[in-house]
Design a protein around this ligand. Structure first.
Ligand code: C2O
Ligand code: CU
Ligand code: CU
Length: 490
């Protein structure tokens, strides 16, 4: 089996461990803390700081960031070892504009290799930050490329071969905001941390001693490491005060492998204004939205009628009251939802030079020779596991292609996958032959594919040549090899 993180696992069947002021924590059979925390909602939601632009000129932005170790007391009195960018957990928000030259120096202060991948960014392959661009311990990596895409909420996270899940779990993730003349001009909330709120939603599991219970045994690889505690911007059950009017929430499912349904306790309707790659043409009214690992959505929520609770439900697992939202009492008139956001340059199917097929599959393997109950399962794309020395697909520079992705589920092995492509923002043509729902009709870089489902996407492969990844964004699947490489060639 592949390498795994060695962490001590509390094997005692049922243990009581003091966790200070919140009382006693009960450990389950596997040694994970399982106490339901007393609903507190006292910690204010932390807003990741905006990373300082060292250039500050309109056409160029320059940043510096350090990856290092940290420690957080998620349970009072227990220090959890974490990783963070410029801090203990998660990282600052990087804000840039379309058309700007973007430079950043990323220093790796860890004792292991990492990378920094720009999820959702259209960029030269050498600055993608995937497994092909390792940042060895003690070194600095300095990408330098132009921002060439419309306003969107992207994110960054490590992507070193076999280490993505573990490093993200320990805290490595942050947001990238791209702004442009459309996001400037739209009459929507845009004051960072006041009425334009980033929400990084993740779940975690802890050992009795408070450490993250990140293990990659066969069960956790297949199902993903699913947590029984929910964090918003790195905090359990925070509370957020917003103005009593229209507020914009930028949602990121930053979990390793969970699929979330996100909504509010009072079922209030909100309006989705952006998907992974930026604004939709028109807002989509919903009262809950499903986001798979890696997906984002921007939503407008009306708080003229007061606060509510943010509810997050895992597709496999629990249901969480994730955050309390209160209003500052300054309720102002009826909120206006714009009826047009931006005109999208839709990619016509007729432009595609061909269709490539991808089968995401879980196959049974083992038995016989493997013996000892090692009957296993194998996660593949087109029957293959990731090999960094193999190019799986060659795509012609300047071409447009349709990729038809099927989640083929063998009996008893059905699981959802979250397909992600580097470098491009695609458009979903269909889900099982049907037009996708309105909130999935904008630009996307990650798409949930349920067992048995076939999703057709269309994309332009413009501007840059080189090798990029496509993979399942359930990070345990990705680390296990559910990933391939496409090369854009002239
Ligand atoms: Cu968000 Cu290849 O990753
Ligand atoms: Cu990516
Ligand atoms: Cu998967």
């Amino acid at each position: 089996m592949k390498r795994r993180t060695v962490l001590k696992s509390g094997l005692a069947a049922l243990t009581l461990a003091g966790i200070g002021s919140t009382g006693l924590s009960l450990l389950d059979k596997a040694g994970f803390i399982s106490t339901a925390r007393a609903e507190s909602f006292t910690t204010p939601l932390p807003i990741p700081p905006l990373l300082k632009d060292l250039d500050g000129s309109p056409d160029s932005a320059r940043f510096a960031m350090t990856v290092g170790r940290g420690s957080v007391e998620f349970f009072p009195g227990k220090a959890t070892a974490t990783l963070g960018y410029n801090g203990n957990f998660l990282g600052p928000t990087i804000r840039v504009r379309n058309g700007q030259r973007f430079r950043i120096a990323v220093k790796n202060n860890l004792s292991q290799v990492t990378t920094l991948h720009w999820h959702g960014m259209h960029l030269p392959a050498r600055w993608d930050g995937g497994p092909r661009q390792p940042i060895p311990p003690g070194t600095t990596w300095s990408p330098d490329f132009p921002i060439k895409q419309q306003a969107a909420t992207l994110w960054y996270h490590p992507h070193a071969m076999g280490l993505t899940g573990e490093q993200v779990y320990h805290g490595l993730a942050g947001l990238v905001y791209i702004e442009d003349e459309v996001s400037d001009q739209l009459d929507i909330p845009k004051t960072y941390g006041v009425d334009d709120i980033p929400l990084i939603i993740q779940d975690r599991r802890f050992f009795g001693d408070g450490q993250f219970a990140y293990v990659q045994n066969m069960h956790d690889v297949m199902n993903g490491v699913i947590g029984n505690y929910l964090l918003v911007n790195g905090v359990m059950q925070p509370t957020l005060k917003v103005p009593g009017r229209l507020v914009r929430l930028r949602l990121l499912n930053g979990s390793n492998s969970s699929i979330y349904r996100i909504g509010f306790s009072d079922q209030r309707v909100f309006h989705v204004i952006a998907s992974d790659g930026g604004f939709l043409e028109t807002p989509a009214a919903m009262n809950s939205i499903v986001l798979s690992a890696g997906e984002r959505a921007e939503v407008l929520v009306d708080f003229t009628g007061g606060g509510t609770l943010l509810q997050v439900e895992q597709m496999k697992g629990g249901s969480f009251t994730a955050m309390r939202i209160t209003t500052d009492g300054n309720e102002a008139g009826p909120a206006r939802i714009p009826n047009h956001l931006r005109t999208l340059d839709r990619i016509p199917e007729s432009e595609a030079s061909g269709v490539r097929e991808f089968i995401m599959e879980t196959m049974a393997m083992g038995g016989g020779r493997m013996g000892m109950g090692m009957m296993g399962r194998r996660l593949t794309i087109n029957g293959k596991k990731m090999d960094i020395n193999r190019i799986d697909e060659r795509v012609k520079l300047g071409s447009t292609e349709i990729w038809e992705i099927t989640n083929r589920s063998a009996m008893m092995m059905s699981m959802p996958h979250s397909m992600h492509l580097h470098d491009v923002q695609f458009q979903i043509l269909s889900r099982n032959g049907q037009l996708p729902p309105p909130h999935e009709r904008g630009r996307k870089d990650t798409v949930l594919i349920m067992p048995g489902e076939t999703v057709r996407i269309i994309s332009r492969f413009h501007d840059y040549t080189g090798v990029y990844m496509y993979h399942c964004h359930l990070l345990e699947h990705e680390d296990d090899g559910m990933m391939g490489q496409f090369e854009v060639v002239t």
